[in-house]
Design a protein around this ligand. Structure first.
Ligand SMILES: NC(=O)c1ccc[n+]([C@@H]2O[C@H](COP(=O)([O-])OP(=O)(O)OC[C@H]3O[C@@H](n4cnc5c(N)ncnc54)[C@H](OP(=O)(O)O)[C@@H]3O)[C@@H](O)[C@H]2O)c1
Length: 364
């Protein structure tokens, strides 16, 4: 739903506001404004999600308000919605979610700016990622989003909102995994487990961009996509166990945790790197954190290989690097399906099945 009667930012909103008193005045001024947003007030399945009319957010100091155009989904949205692993609840709300919105990756047009914002202006097309789960008053599956200006980066010209919204969390994780943690260079052989998912489709392309030979592990249905985006070899995990083959890899990037670490090390070269990105943990309390702890413990048993956790939130500089790589053609966005905001709960249900081919995008 488009906003009825939204007052465009006036000079006071753009530049003249200062301090909490002015924030309050702006909140009062905008209090009649409403927007559509996907919200939830209790943890649970996608059935807890509701598209509601909620109060229009007003940018505070150093914040932007963005007229949202597209948002992409990530497994992190599921963890937040379910409040599981339970450990997470110490941060996001013990009994109920402190933040009722959904969606971390965003793209849209700056609609108003708070005091102190100099890097971006009303009308700028931007994208980014909400990186701190516990803060942020609003989330991306809404008509408007308020975020710290430091989290937003100008969208490259000629790239659509849906395409750029598909990049931040998955693309930056892949970039860190390949370039920084994996230290992938020309001539290396890299295996990507979970190559067909959001992180995987970026990791395959970036590893190729850095000159590696890439083996993609995914389901058979994704074979042709993998070949299109540059994979040299494709292993269908339902037919073949990559840890049982004779090939040795310089780096394994694992987004699934389908094989034990003990088996993975059998197919790493000496001093090879295992970069753990994610996987489905079986315990409600710790979830994937349990898998992460196993990786952290590995150097106690195995000093012949490097055991590394990929866990870093992107800065605006990282996102700008990704945008630059995208413009250079180093990789392309891979969008599985697009949904309108009205069907965003169905988009989350699709994500929950865990077999999306690349990214799921909600257009707003
Ligand atoms: N550490 C971090 O900073 C960070 C950041 C982002 C994400 N993550 C985590 O990384 C994981 C992946 O994220 P994502 O965004 O890529 O998720 P996603 O888009 O849901 O992709 C997961 C992919 O795994 C594939 N898969 C399922 N079972 C498999 C198996 N046995 N072998 C190989 N592939 C299999 C699925 O493809 P098929 O259809 O081919 O089965 C699916 O496309 C999640 O656990 C997420 O929480 C961590």
């Amino acid at each position: 739903m488009r906003m009825q009667g939204l007052r465009r930012p006036q000079s006071g909103v753009h530049a003249g506001r200062g301090g909490a008193g002015h924030d309050r005045q702006d909140r009062d001024r905008y209090q009649d404004e409403r927007m559509k947003a996907l919200v939830y007030h209790e943890y649970g399945s996608p059935d807890v999600l509701q598209l509601r009319d909620v109060e229009m957010p007003v940018p505070r100091s150093n914040e932007l308000r963005i007229r949202m155009r597209a948002a992409s989904l990530n497994p992190a949205d599921l963890y937040l919605m379910r409040g599981s692993p339970y450990m997470l609840r110490f941060k996001i709300g013990l009994k109920r979610p402190k933040n009722n919105g959904v969606g971390l990756d965003f793209a849209g047009v700056v609609d108003a700016v708070g005091d102190g914002v100099t890097s971006l202006r009303v009308g700028d097309e931007v994208f980014g990622q909400i990186s701190d789960f516990s803060t942020g008053r609003t989330r991306a599956l809404a008509e408007y989003l308020c975020v710290g200006a430091a989290l937003a980066v100008k969208k490259p010209q000629g790239i659509g909102f849906a395409e750029i919204a598909s990049i931040p969390l998955a693309g930056s994780t892949a970039l860190f995994a390949v370039r920084d943690y994996g230290q992938v260079t020309s001539g290396q052989h890299v295996l990507i487990n979970g190559a067909g998912g959001g992180v995987g489709v970026h990791a395959v392309q970036l590893a190729k961009h850095f000159g590696a030979t890439v083996t993609a592990v995914c389901s058979e249905a994704k074979r042709s996509l993998m070949q299109e985006i540059g994979a040299d070899h494709v292993i269908d995990y339902r037919k073949q166990d990559f840890t049982a083959g004779s090939t040795r890899y310089d780096t394994i990037i694992d987004t699934v945790s389908s094989q034990s670490l003990r088996r993975c090390r059998q197919v790493l070269v000496p001093q090879g790197r295992f970069v753990w990105v994610g996987g489905t943990g079986k315990t409600h309390w710790f979830g994937p954190l349990r898998l992460a702890l196993n990786v952290l413990a590995m150097p106690l048993f195995d000093r012949r290989h490097r055991w590394i956790l990929a866990s870093k939130a992107p800065t605006a500089e990282d996102l700008a690097t990704l945008a630059g790589l995208l413009e250079q053609g180093a990789f392309r966005p891979v969008i599985d399906r697009r949904y309108p905001l009205a069907d965003a709960a169905d988009a989350i249900r699709h994500l929950e099945k865990g077999h999306a081919c690349g990214k799921i995008v909600v257009e707003i």
